[in-house]
Design a protein around this ligand. Structure first.
Ligand SMILES: [Ca+2]
Ligand SMILES: [Ca+2]
Length: 136
C-alpha cells in the first residue's frame, strides 16, 4: 500500500511537472538536502539544525535570504528553487525573512513532536510542488 502510494506521487511528479527535471532525481535531491540539514546524522531534523542551516544560508547575516542565498539552501535545481523563492517572496523584495523560513519547520513537522523525519521532509516538498505546479 505504501509502495503504491509512493508510486502514485512519483507518477504525479513525473507527469505533473514535465518541464522540470524532477522524476527520478526528485527524492535524491530532497534526500540530499535532508542530509545537509541533519548535521548530526541521526535521521531527524531538529529545530536547531534547521535554524542553523537557515542562518548559514543567510551568508551576509542581514536577516534576509536573497534569491542567491536561497538557491544554496533549497532542494531542487535552480528552476525549482527560483519558483519556491518567488512563492515565499510575495512582496518581490528579493528578501525572505529568516524568521519566515524558520516558521516552515512547524509545517514540516506534521507529527508536532519537535523533529522532522525524512518522509515528513519529502512530503513537505511534494506538497509545495503541488501548490507551485498545480496539475492542469
Ligand atoms: Ca539531527
Ligand atoms: Ca542575507
Amino acid at each position: 500500500m505504501g509502495y503504491l502510494w509512493m508510486t502514485l506521487i512519483f507518477v504525479f511528479i513525473s507527469y505533473g511537472v514535465p518541464h522540470l527535471n524532477t522524476g527520478g532525481d526528485f527524492y535524491k535531491i530532497v534526500d540530499g538536502s535532508f542530509k545537509n540539514v541533519d548535521s548530526n546524522n541521526d535521521g531527524y531534523i531538529e529545530k536547531h539544525e534547521f535554524n542553523t542551516t537557515i542562518n548559514t544560508a543567510d551568508s551576509d547575516k542581514d536577516g534576509c535570504l536573497t534569491l542567491k542565498e536561497y538557491k544554496g539552501f533549497s532542494a531542487g535545481g535552480p528552476q525549482i528553487a527560483t519558483r519556491i523563492y518567488k512563492h515565499f517572496d510575495k512582496l518581490r523584495k528579493n528578501c525572505i525573512k529568516v524568521e519566515n523560513v524558520a516558521s516552515q519547520f512547524a509545517v514540516m513537522d506534521q507529527e508536532k513532536n519537535g523533529n522532522v523525519t525524512k518522509s515528513e521532509f519529502r512530503q513537505y516538498y511534494v506538497n509545495l510542488l503541488q501548490i507551485l505546479f498545480p496539475p492542469v
